[in-house]
Write a protein that binds this ligand. Structure first.
Ligand SMILES: NC(=O)c1ccc[n+]([C@@H]2O[C@H](COP(=O)([O-])OP(=O)(O)OC[C@H]3O[C@@H](n4cnc5c(N)ncnc54)[C@H](OP(=O)(O)O)[C@@H]3O)[C@@H](O)[C@H]2O)c1
Length: 249
């Protein structure tokens, strides 16, 4: 189709009345994404591991005139994941945007002191959780929908004492690349979110004294994701890379 004024003339926000599911949306980057998407007119299903935290986030988001469905889910648990997507199907019927955001890091430890439990829980949350949510969401997604996986710059730039987190995120990057190729034919876009240091609670887990003033804010990260989601369906921002101006902290 040639470039025409008509092709670019619509003033309607493409995010208005879309259905988005965001895991780990009660705080941090997930909550900022939920807030921005609700402000753009999306209806949301948001999750936390704790029902009360999901409900309190939904209460904060109720300033926006959209529907917010709070759900309790630990993304490590296959049955819990299946249950939330059944609830999304019952409430909304389909999903336009899935954001696999839920994530967990671990205390800074050299590999020889890393326990099997920390290793397995980190991979279960970040890698298996992304797989489980994606697999459960796909039957509800159609041509024109989008999956965003919140990875991290650590999938490319590593540092000592966070091996389980780094390995899990490198795994999510590989999973995301595989997913994108599988879904091209169905017209479903798959975006990798590759963000650097962002000022959220996750830093308490491995570097509580980190210099927060050098980090990005969750809304910095959110604004580029929202811009990518507004791209027309024939264009996909396959990787969103956003870093603090200082680079590595
Ligand atoms: N902050 C950064 O510098 C940065 C940079 C790049 C990428 N990221 C990624 O961004 C994502 C969000 O992290 P954040 O920085 O916003 O940290 P955060 O404030 O600690 O938020 C983490 C979110 O993940 C949820 N979560 C953790 N484990 C879960 C599990 N097993 N099942 C379900 N939900 C779970 C938490 O829910 P509960 O409150 O219920 O525990 C919370 O909503 C993560 O994937 C992280 O790796 C962060």
């Amino acid at each position: 189709m040639p470039e025409t004024a008509e092709r670019h003339s619509s003033s309607a926000d493409p995010l208005k009345a879309r259905i988005a599911v965001i895991t780990g949306a009660n705080r941090g980057i997930g909550f900022a994404l939920a807030n921005a998407l609700a402000a753009a007119g999306c209806h949301l299903a948001i999750t936390s591991r704790t029902a009360a935290n999901a409900e309190s986030a939904a209460e904060k988001l109720s300033v926006h005139a959209t529907r917010i469905l709070p759900l309790q889910c630990d993304v490590r648990e296959e049955l819990a994941v299946a249950r939330i997507f059944e609830a999304v199907k019952a409430d909304f019927g389909h999903i336009d945007i899935l954001i696999n955001n839920a994530g967990h890091s671990h205390a800074a430890l050299p590999i020889e002191r890393l326990s099997i439990d920390v290793w397995q829980q980190t991979l279960a949350t970040n890698l298996t959780g992304t797989f489980l949510c994606t697999r459960a969401a796909l039957p509800l997604m159609r041509k024109g929908s989008t999956i965003v996986n919140n990875i991290s710059i650590v999938a490319y730039q590593t540092f000592p004492n966070s091996a389980a987190y780094i390995a899990s995120k490198a795994g999510v990057l590989a999973f995301t690349n595989a997913l994108r190729e599988e879904l091209r034919g169905r017209g479903i876009r798959v975006m990798s979110l590759v963000a650097g240091a962002t000022d959220t609670d996750i830093w308490q887990q491995f570097w509580p004294e980190a210099p927060r003033e050098k980090m990005m804010s969750p809304s910095d990260v959110t604004s580029v994701v929202v811009a990518a989601l507004r791209m027309p369906p024939e264009a996909s921002v396959e990787e969103i890379k956003i870093l603090p101006t200082v680079g590595k902290l």
